[in-house]
Design a binder for this molecule. Structure first.
Ligand code: GTP
Length: 336
């Protein structure tokens, strides 16, 4: 089975981290998000992934030099200009010659969903499109659905409301960013034009009564915002994940024995000097934390010099927190 994986977004909400590295190439537990995602799709029966790319395609080519990720074949569809989510799906599906049931996944979703279960529910329902749903406490920032008329495990989507005003949501079930489509869905998307899957395509499928949803309680996180990207990393240290996990400290990181490092991931090549306290943080590959610095609930890709304090902050690859400085609830450098 084919899958289109959407990886062409700008990742603005994770700036400045995404100024050097596209969001799906950022590590989650030392492994690029996109690699964990493709491995999971492969476990669910996907044999061929086409990466729908635009912005910064080079790192993706470099990550899969033999065009394979484990047993999954990887191809690339590079848009001449960003076509938004639906336009990108059409462009990539055409490039890969997709003409049978296929999967679509957002490149920044970390989940334990078994995609084979979604495909099975899709077939049981005889749907044109079946979307994975997850329940959240505050659905107002997401695409929210109302399900009726269950067929097997899926329900027919009666309403799809993108980012409803708080208090007006039809349910707490949100679009979790993995879909199964029949190839006919591609005919609803104009070729070569910008179009949004949520705003342009889903309403057409709902109106036709051919869109279904499957709600599961699998682990799920949209790692596209700083707090959740940090959580997606730190969750790999606990018991929450079914197939994925990681060592807290990469084998070639240099963490001084006199450093206190708690609930933190330290990536390859990173340095954490003596007397530091680093808590609830992701220290990305090659980052530096100088002696006696205090770092809490942060994402660090650049340098935190000695005696600095960094709280709930994002330090990009070019970011430097000078010796003794204090940074809280901020990004360094400030995103452009
Ligand atoms: P923000 O800028 O922080 O909103 O992130 P984003 O650009 O990644 O947008 P968003 O998270 O809403 O996108 C959902 C998924 O679609 C992500 O996996 C993006 O990489 C992808 N995506 C968004 N726009 C495009 C596009 O124009 N082309 C392609 N190929 N992928 C896209």
């Amino acid at each position: 089975m084919h899958a289109v994986v959407l990886v062409g977004g700008f990742g603005t909400r994770l700036r400045p981290l995404t100024e050097q590295i596209p969001k799906p190439m950022l590590p989650v537990g030392h492994v690029p998000m996109i690699v964990r995602l493709i491995q999971r799709l492969g476990r669910g029966g996907v044999t061929d992934v086409v990466l729908a790319l635009g912005f910064k395609p080079e790192p993706f080519h470099a990550a899969f030099p033999d065009d394979r990720c484990g047993d999954v074949n990887v191809t690339y569809a590079v848009e001449p200009e960003p076509l938004d989510t639906a336009g990108a799906i059409r462009f990539a599906a055409d490039a890969a010659g997709i003409d049978s049931t296929f999967v679509v996944a957002n490149g920044d979703v970390m989940t334990d969903l078994d995609v084979a279960v979604l495909v099975e529910a899709h077939r049981e329902a005889g749907a044109d499109a079946t979307i994975h749903l997850t329940g959240v406490d505050d659905p107002s920032a997401f695409g929210v659905v109302d399900l009726v008329d269950a067929v097997g495990r899926a329900g027919r989507v009666d309403q799809f409301v993108e980012k409803p005003a708080p208090g007006t949501e039809p349910s707490n079930l949100i679009n979790a960013g993995t879909y199964v489509f029949e190839p006919g869905v591609l005919d609803l998307i104009p070729a070569g034009e910008r179009a949004s899957i949520e705003r342009d395509t889903f309403p057409k499928l709902v109106a036709a009564g051919s869109m279904y949803g499957l709600a599961t309680d699998d682990y799920w996180i949209d790692a596209g915002v700083p707090d959740l990207y940090r959580a997606a990393n730190l969750d790999l240290l606990g018991e929450d994940r079914v197939h994925d996990g990681c060592e807290a400290i990469a084998p070639d990181a240099q963490v001084d024995p006199g450093a206190t490092v708690m609930n933190t991931i330290v990536g390859p090549g990173a340095v954490v000097e003596a007397g530091t306290t680093v808590v609830d943080t992701v220290v990305l590959p090659g980052a530096f934390i100088g002696a006696r610095a205090q770092v809490e609930s942060s994402l660090v890709m650049g340098r935190v010099e000695a005696d600095a304090t960094v709280i709930e902050a994002i330090i990009g690859a070019d970011g430097v927190v000078a010796e003794g400085d204090h940074v809280a609830y901020d990004a360094v450098p400030s995103p452009a």
